[in-house]
Design a binder for this molecule. Structure first.
Ligand code: BTN
Length: 258
């Protein structure tokens, strides 16, 4: 039996949208590219592509995403959402990861706007959303999720101070299938909420560690500073600048000021 029994998960998820089909690979360049390739071949919404090893795993801002083989989870999910639902997909993914961490560990992770899941200021999971739009239609959206499960960050000096994992937080090893199952079940449920026309903004805002904090947001060469006031229904961040004016931030990298 492979370490991660995706055949079993596929049977369990047969009636769901998310996870009705799994594509398991020992090695891929990136699960993002493979999911996009399958999408262009006509794959149905909800397929999950998972790889033990990625030779070109990527994060936001084209950063490398490196993950040791067999310890963590690296997977992507294909969505074909209505364009109006697009901003909610990132909320669903971050919330689903938080719920999986909470269910399995009892801990309360927080979201660093817009899509890092952290515990005590250390990153446990990163989420990448890539969308192709034609006119007013979404061709596809690929959500990539990297989760640190049995990684011991102390063994990796370059991330030791900024990363955490299920193992680091609890001292216990976890079955990665349990983590994947929980995250995908929650994602399937949040996606059903989205399709039913329900908002996720309130639940998402409650988990955002960023709100109320003095932050800097970087986007390309621009840096804006202010207090993170709130988020709107699109997931944009409303920042209160030192002069009291409000500005809507659509994208960028947040640094918390201490
Ligand atoms: C980030 O924190 O910048 C996002 C990281 C996203 C990493 C995941 S791992 C699975 C999927 N495949 C990739 O190449 N990236 C995402």
């Amino acid at each position: 039996m492979p370490d991660l029994d995706t055949n079993r998960l596929e049977r369990e998820f047969a009636q769901r949208v998310i996870g009705h089909k799994f594509h398991y690979h020992q090695s891929l360049a990136s699960t993002m590219d493979e999911t996009r390739r399958l999408a262009l071949e006509g794959a149905s919404e909800g397929i999950v592509v998972i790889a033990e090893h990625q030779t070109k795993g990527r994060g936001r801002f084209d950063r490398k995403w490196v993950s040791p083989v067999g310890l963590n989870l690296a997977f992507s999910i294909l969505f074909r959402p209505e364009i109006s639902h697009l901003p909610l997909i990132n909320m669903a993914a971050t919330l689903a990861v938080c719920d999986a961490v909470r269910d399995l560990t009892g801990l309360s992770p927080e979201i660093k706007w817009p899509n890092d899941v952290r515990i005590n200021g250390k990153k446990l999971s990163g989420i990448l959303v890539e969308t192709e739009v034609q006119g007013t239609e979404v061709v596809h959206t690929v959500v990539g999720i990297g989760m640190n499960v049995n990684l011991d960050p102390r063994n990796y000096p370059e991330i030791a101070l900024i990363a955490t994992s299920f193992l680091a937080e609890t001292g216990r090893r976890f079955d990665r299938a349990d983590v994947l199952r929980s995250a995908l079940q929650h994602l399937d449920e949040y996606y059903a909420e989205i399709r039913a026309g329900n908002s996720l903004t309130h639940a998402w805002a409650e988990r955002l560690e960023t709100l109320g904090k003095l932050i800097q947001v970087r986007w390309k060469d621009d840096v804006i500073e202010g207090v993170a006031d709130s988020v709107d229904d699109q997931g944009n961040l409303i920042l209160k600048r030192p002069d009291g004016s409000l500005i809507t931030v659509v994208a960028g990298e947040v640094t918390l000021q201490v």
